[in-house]
Ligand binder design. Structure first.
Ligand code: SAM
Length: 192
């Protein structure tokens, strides 16, 4: 079995923290909906090496909640995918994937004792984006990768605002991708 690719990451001051350091930890997708399609899929996990971690997927499976003033493109209930559909799509990977149905952030208690090496935030709206970052940042390992799926989309200014506010005053550097996503690595203690 192959190991995770241990791409190093730069801390900005010349120190490097290997991503592999975090590789025995879990993966979480906030906004799991159909099949984690916008996250690193369970299939890739199997193809490229699996160290035994679980993929936790949080979603209401009732679509979006009411948004705030920065979420005007969206309506309550949009993007709903029934839990049974998600379960069916992931049935091949049932042992790897744990779907947790309900409203963020109430459901986060299900993983309060876990640590994460990859946090994929794909909830479109301002408040759940902020709540996801606030909950998972302290539970992310040094060097953990955060993906903010909606950061660059015109339809998701709330997700962008929440991310910018969250990172203000923190040492991480946000990298904007041409796909519309943005990513940052949690700065490790070796960097401070
Ligand atoms: C763009 S979709 C996610 C797509 C998913 N990543 C995929 O690949 O299939 C956004 C999801 O966020 C969920 N969501 C947004 N706010 C939420 C909240 N407060 N609690 C639970 N789910 C939420 C919605 O139900 C919706 O399924």
């Amino acid at each position: 079995m192959r190991k995770h690719i241990s791409s190093p990451l730069e801390c900005g001051d010349g120190a490097w923290v290997p991503l592999a350091k975090a590789s025995a930890n879990e993966v979480v997708v906030l906004g799991a909906a159909k099949n984690f399609q916008t996250a690193r899929s369970p299939k890739d996990l199997i193809n490229y090496g699996h160290t035994g971690e679980k993929h936790y997927g949080f979603d209401s499976f009732e679509g979006l909640p009411e948004g705030g003033p920065n979420d005007a493109s969206w309506k309550k209930g949009q993007l709903a995918v029934p839990l049974e559909v998600a379960r069916k799509n992931l049935s091949e990977f049932a042992e790897l994937c744990v779907l947790i149905a309900g409203w963020i952030p109430d459901t986060f208690t299900a993983v309060s004792d876990k640590r994460f090496r990859l946090v994929h935030v794909d909830v479109d709206l301002e408040v759940p984006t902020r709540q996801s970052l606030e909950y998972f940042y302290p539970r992310a390992t040094d060097g953990a990768l955060f993906i903010i799926d909606d950061y660059g989309f015109h339809s998701c200014p709330g997700a962008r605002q929440a991310t910018q506010e969250f990172l203000a005053g923190r040492p991480e550097t946000l990298i904007e991708l041409t796909t519309g996503q943005a990513v940052f690595y949690k700065r490790g203690s070796a960097c401070s």
